[in-house]
Unconditional design. Sequence first.
Length: 276
Amino acid sequence: MEHKASLGDFDGTLLLIGAGKMGGAMLEGWHRLGLRFDNVVLIEPQPSPEIITLGQRGLRINPALDTFAASAIVIAVKPQVAPQLSATLAPLIGRDTVVISIMAGRTLAFLEKALPAGTALVRAMPNTPAAIGRGITVAVPNARVSGAQRDLADRLLAAAGATEWVADEALMDAVTAVSGSGPAYVFLLAESLARAGIAAGLPPDLAARLARATVAGAGELMHRSPLDPATLRQNVTSPGGTTAAALDVLAGKDGLDPVMVKAVAAATRRSRELAG
């Protein structure tokens, strides 16, 4: 389902901390949703040439921090940088400011301790397809987030794609394992399929092109179709045919399901360890 969010009526000031891959993707997405660059302030020690050119279109890059008040703050830096942010951000957080963190592994408790008491906070986990506006983000608010602030956060996160809201932050480790890390599993599937094609006799270049196009095309079909993945799979599986022969292996007791369960469990455990 395509998101229908719009930011054309946003008349506050949005502060973005960090314009690396994810921050830069969010910035592009906000522009697609109608946000004017002169409503955005960016703090980024090393802005790319592409980001610098946006300064000519109204984006304020590294201004003095006492020259504006932020309606919303999006933190898009690496988690290691987080402890240094509190002193910078504290003066910019007003009573109505909502702070949205997309830092992996940084909990609401960590953020509440680092930022002024009573700060409205949203912790969010986007994934890398956010770079093309086709990500999936899971977000969890703290108790201070009002309905209006959640709506604004939802519209801002729509720059990355669809958003799912949860009330239980404990789910975020499994979210990280499924959707946060999940794109890597799909890329590995394309690699593995190409290697299997080579083993079956295909020239390497052809096997790579077939695998890439097949995984990408199947993903796009699944995106556009109202049918669930199981039905889509059944629709291309003739009884006794070639697909059925392959699925007998992939869906067997040593097939994809038990391996994926173990992989997601390992990623979930590691997410908990990293969060401390």
